[in-house]
Design a protein around this ligand. Sequence first.
Ligand code: CA
Length: 221
Amino acid sequence: MHVLLVEDDSVLADGLSRILQGHGMLVEVVADGLQADQALQRGQFAVAVLDIGLPGIDGFEVVRRLRARGSATPVLLLTARDAVEDRVRGLETGADDYLVKPFATAELVARIRALARRNTPTPTVLALGQLSLDTSARRARIGERPLELSVREWAVLEYLLQHAARVVSKQQIIDAILPWGDDLTLNAVEVYVSRLRLKLLDAGIAIRTIRGFGYMLEPAA
Ligand code: CA
């Protein structure tokens, strides 16, 4: 699950990001309103977690622009101010939920999951050969056997499955799984793919290397 976290307090952002990643979420962190606006135009996020008080444009304006573009991406607002008018204004602007700081991280995780459940336009099960990926329950299986995947292995495999029988470049994989991640190299993608190949030996599918370009997931010959 891709989550956009918009928070200008870098200590809080780091802490929250780590906690959400610990719950299996892929988190992109940005620290100001304009970057948030751009990220929401570029990426597909299951949920956006938005601080209200931000440099650039504030959280209300980010939500207003998002909804003006017709996007239904669920938004959870974080506010330091325990002011009724902030909550009302946030919900009127198009936010789906809010949390007042300080909050328990378990509550943040639960609210994000609830918002993501409310808005799942993608099919919940992706399958090819013996492999099936239940994207809402986050369970992978080969036949009846559960398949253990790291967060990033999952993200790479999910992207390949969504584009099965089509050639995808390494850069497309990086952009899809981590739009703001400059810490993921083309070599890292190769490492995830070679790990996935080992895990998929008896799945009846193959990740074919398209030399000098990328990969294609297809039924094994
Ligand atoms: Ca702030």
